[in-house]
Design a protein around this ligand. Structure first.
Ligand code: FMN
Length: 178
């Protein structure tokens, strides 16, 4: 029998929401905005997929989701993060996960990265300033490595490369483990 699943998203400019909708559609399961989620809602689920954005090197909202999930339910969690880091920047992405998850979480929580894009037009003012400052810093940085050069291009302006194909590893994982 299929396990009851839910996709929860935290999204500011829409990329994570778009991926969350694609995943929920593909898995034929529930979908909820992070702001509406309660511990009670999660208690009835056997698979909890939480998606958020990378924000200044951190997983936005990860702490709240952990607070809603008792230690005994953490094994139900699957994470996905969207960002502007290029999908093929594997070392950067690995480092991102290492910075955000404990060794235990790295081993126990399936985690997936999906490049989405960047939307300066929909960003909050503080986010836009932060991103512009970061883009300026990247432009000025000397001796950029291959991925820093790609990242510099990736954050220079708004773009959207979100694609159904990037959800495939997560969807396959959930379907296999059901
Ligand atoms: C202030 C700020 C910081 C960001 N930091 C990162 C980052 O550290 N790594 C990354 O890959 N993308 C970063 N991004 C890009 C977002 O993660 C990316 O646009 C994401 O897909 C947005 O998701 P959302 O539309 O669901 O909010 C940042 C964006 C902003 C506005």
């Amino acid at each position: 029998m299929e396990r009851k699943s839910i996709v929860i998203y935290k999204s500011s400019t829409g990329f994570t929401k778009k991926y969350a909708e694609m995943i929920a559609e593909e898995l034929k399961c529930g979908l909820a905005d992070y702001r509406t989620v309660t511990a009670r809602m999660l208690a009835g689920c056997e698979v909890i997929i939480f998606g958020s954005r990378a924000h200044a090197g951190r997983i936005d909202g990860y702490r709240k989701i952990k607070e809603l999930l008792p230690e005994s339910s953490r094994h139900k969690l699957i994470l996905f993060v969207t960002g502007a880091t290029p999908n093929d920047a594997e070392d950067m992405i690995k480092e991102f996960w290492r910075q955000n998850l404990t060794a235990e979480e790295l081993a126990g929580i399936p985690h997936f990265y999906m490049q989405g894009g960047l939307c300066y037009e929909k960003m909050s003012l503080p986010d836009r300033w932060m991103m512009k400052a970061f883009a300026f810093f990247m432009r000025k940085k000397k001796d950029k490595n291959e991925y820093e050069k790609k990242f510099e291009q990736a954050i220079a302006r708004s773009y959207d490369i979100s694609d159904q194909k990037y959800i495939a590893p997560l969807v396959a994982y959930v379907k296999e483990s059901r």
